[in-house]
Write a protein that binds this ligand. Structure first.
Ligand code: SF4
Length: 324
């Protein structure tokens, strides 16, 4: 079966302002936010991208939706050569691929009624006005908001955080996309409403057959919504495999550290914690060879000289480490 999404060698370098010394030397420094990211997804698949802040996961999501232009690599999504899209083709693509924003409090214009916010994609896509009411009613039902009276005439400040995130989800779904990227979809919400939103997202994904990427720093969230997990570190994929396997038998030392850092209910339970020290390095000057080597307790000389390839070590389970 052909993949719905095929990403190869995806790279994004952001230019940054130069110091006087860099100007004198003719250097053009860049932040290496995403480097040589390669993966594919099947139709209807759900994948979590996991990592610390600064690992490149949000930039990767935005590159896939062409909200940021890539520096190198290819992205093929549902037959579209995403990097080459422009004009009417880009507009058509936007109907198929949508972003669910992280912060519902910022995602909606405070001066617009919810009807206007939800209908905005219909307006931009040129959907006839006569179809709007039916489509809005259908999407509100999908996100379990159809029972709230006078909802459409309210303004964002009149809703709770959980209701607002459902509105944001409704807006992303109203054009019936085939692919969504949800960037930390519940991180701004109270713990008490997170599960409800995640349940709605999971139900919507299953009933609409959506292909979805969930971006998060939260292993528990990824485990809840995605059967497959990609772990990123400093712009690169270090592990990619079935979520159960990544959690129960993580291969890469960084993935093992992430899993070991998750709190467990019993204080006497030995998680075989793998301590890592230090901070994520500066993406302007990442370490040579393996980018994790400054923090890796197993690093050897080869790790500084050679970039470890992302290799399949078990069926559907890849990792990038010289020692595996
Ligand atoms: Fe550690 Fe070397 Fe493996 Fe990188 S390649 S994770 S530094 S052992």
């Amino acid at each position: 079966m052909a993949s719905l999404l095929d990403v190869r060698g995806l790279t994004k370098h952001f230019p940054v302002s130069r110091t006087l010394r860099e100007v004198a030397r003719g250097e053009r420094p860049v932040v290496r936010a995403v480097e040589d990211v390669t993966f594919a997804m099947d139709q209807g698949e759900s994948v979590g991208i996991l990592g610390e802040s600064g690992c490149g996961k949000t930039t990767t999501g935005r590159l896939l939706l062409k909200l940021v232009e890539a520096s190198e690599g290819t992205i093929t999504l549902d037959g579209y050569d995403v990097r080459a899209l422009k004009g009417p083709d880009l507009k058509r693509f936007r109907r198929h691929a949508q972003l669910v924003f992280q912060n519902p409090f910022d995602a909606l214009n405070p001066r617009f009624t919810l009807r206007r916010s939800i209908a905005e994609p219909l307006l931009n896509a040129g959907v006839p006005k006569g179809e709007w009411d039916d489509r809005i009613a259908a999407v509100l039902k999908r996100v379990h908001l159809s029972g709230v009276s006078d909802l459409m005439e309210k303004f964002p400040h009149q809703l709770s955080g959980g209701q607002l995130q459902r509105v944001v989800l409704a807006r992303a779904l109203i054009l019936e996309p085939t692919f969504i990227v949800a960037d930390e979809p519940v991180s701004m919400l109270d713990v008490s409403v997170r599960a409800g939103i995640l349940n709605v997202m999971r139900e919507v994904r299953e009933t609409m057959g959506l292909t979805a990427i969930y971006i998060s720093h939260d292993l528990a969230l990824v485990r809840y919504v995605a059967p497959r997990t990609i772990v990123m570190y400093l712009g690169k994929i270090v592990e990619d495999g079935p979520t159960d396997a990544v959690i129960s038998r993580p291969l890469h030392p960084y993935a093992r550290a992430l899993v070991a850092a998750v709190p467990v209910p019993r204080v006497d339970q030995d998680r075989g914690a793998l301590p890592i020290t230090g901070m994520i390095p500066d993406a302007r000057n990442p370490p040579s060879g393996c980018r994790f080597r400054d923090r890796c307790p197993y690093a050897v000389a080869r790790c500084a000289e050679e970039v470890p390839a992302l290799r399949e070590l078990a069926p559907g389970h890849r990792a990038a480490c010289h020692l595996l």
